[in-house]
Design a protein around this ligand. Structure first.
Ligand code: CO
Length: 188
């Protein structure tokens, strides 16, 4: 059901320091901060070749991330955002598995102008999950996988499969030649 990882959001107490770290220490391209008054956050995007990191800090009195920063004063991983092609259907699928939507269940427009919903971290392995409806999903191609070159980083990996990950305690075998696993195709 879920497609690409759209972004990872990190809540930070000081956005300028966070931008400085990603830009000047990690050496990543980081956008100019923007105020999202509707969402009660100020945000900067770190563009990586395969995904985006959002650095978010509270804006205004009732920011939804203030409570999170009260619990994690140094900042922390706030949420993961996965792309789906049909948000209403995804919500129904998750509700069957008792994964609770946050709020009234009505999608809001996210930063990219697409409808989004959030799901309770208590039901999602302790991580707040955002689903974003993407009309035309980008497919991670074989070419990109090759360019990233897992073989350089992990010599035991073949470029076609993830054989070798048993070393980290997971035995799976994914064929990257197929854009998505056969059982993971969206049905109309
Ligand atoms: Co997000």
């Amino acid at each position: 059901m879920i497609g690409n990882l759209n972004h990872i959001a990190i809540a930070v107490p000081n956005l300028e320091l966070a931008i400085n770290q990603y830009q000047n220490v990690f050496g990543a391209f980081t956008s100019t901060p923007r105020d999202l008054t509707d969402h009660g956050v100020r945000i900067a995007m770190v563009k990586l070749p395969n995904t985006t990191i959002e650095l978010i800090t509270p804006l205004g009195e009732n920011s939804p991330i203030q409570g999170f920063l009260d619990k994690h004063p140094q900042g922390g991983l706030h949420h993961l955002c996965y792309e789906v092609t049909d948000l209403a259907k995804a919500k129904d699928t998750l509700s069957v598995s008792k994964i609770q939507v946050i709020g009234d269940g009505e999608p809001k427009l996210g930063f990219h102008g697409n409808p989004v919903l959030f799901f309770n971290p208590k039901d999602c392995l302790g991580v707040l999950i955002e689903l974003e409806e993407i009309s035309v999903p980008k497919v991670q191609s074989r070419v990109e996988i090759d360019r990233i070159g897992p073989a350089h980083t992990f010599p035991q990996f073949s470029t076609d499969t993830m054989e070798g990950v048993e070393g980290i305690g997971i035995g799976i075998n994914v064929d990257f030649k197929k854009p998505t696993p056969e059982d993971n195709k969206e049905t109309e």
